[in-house]
Design a protein. Structure first.
Length: 235
């Protein structure tokens, strides 16, 4: 067919019909005739009458079935997702209360919980590396900043805030490995520096308390994870 010049659909139709008629010529006498079923004979007659129309009709039917199945799958997914949203506070929190936006130089955590009058509770780590003490505490509107120092140049910065609309954290993501894990069951992102000039960081979202935390330091990232795991409500 690749060497033939098809000028119109009628030529293609005629060629297909001719081939089908040749294929259905009587077989040699020594070969027993096959007794085709009435259903097959009806199908054959429709095909021989207008091959292209028959093929197009079947193609449309198959395509329509494919779209129907795809639509059914999408509807099922939507229903299941809605059920999860209704049944799981964690799913609702992940979709509604915060989201992550990754840029070439940093990662931003945006918080979208509508303000509802909740006040920011005080939190403290029950674990700190030897020699570290609190040297700064800032309690601003909706955010707390705490700085720890060991007197030898080592510093650890703790920040936490309500995940209210408009709040956000920003973390340097250049020359780091990002490890996704959980602290006490809450989504956690560990930024492990690959360069000594970069700080390690840990960000986690306490979805029950509706508070986001961030620790940054030149201390080893495992130490920051231990500090994060030790956070307790204070007072």
């Amino acid at each position: 067919m690749s060497n033939m010049d098809w000028k119109n659909v009628d030529e293609v139709d005629a060629f297909i019909r001719k081939g089908l008629l040749l294929a259905n010529q009587p077989v040699e006498e020594h070969i027993d005739a096959f007794d085709y079923s009435p259903r097959y004979q009806r199908w054959e007659q429709k095909l021989l009458k207008n091959p292209l129309r028959f093929i197009k009709k079947k193609s449309r039917t198959t395509l329509r079935r494919t779209f129907d199945v795809a639509a059914a799958v999408l509807i099922t997914i939507a229903v299941l997702f809605g059920a999860l949203m209704a049944a799981s506070p964690t799913v609702r929190a992940a979709v509604i209360r915060w989201f992550v936006e990754v840029f070439s130089t940093h990662t931003a955590y945006h918080f979208t919980q509508p303000p509802d009058g909740q006040t920011l509770s005080q939190w403290r780590p029950t674990y700190l590396p030897d020699g570290y003490t609190e040297i700064l505490h800032i309690d601003a509107a909706g955010i707390v900043i705490v700085k720890f120092d060991n007197g030898r140049g080592g510093e650890i910065l703790l920040q936490y805030m309500l995940i209210n609309e408009g709040g956000n954290f920003s973390v340097d993501n250049e020359d780091v490995d990002v490890i996704e894990t959980k602290i006490r069951g809450y989504p956690t992102y560990v930024y492990r520096a690959l360069d000594d000039s970069k700080m390690n960081a840990v960000v986690w979202i306490n979805e029950d308390a509706r508070i986001a935390f961030m620790l940054t330091s030149f201390e080893q990232y495992e130490i920051l994870i231990s500090i994060a795991e030790s956070m307790e409500l204070f007072g």
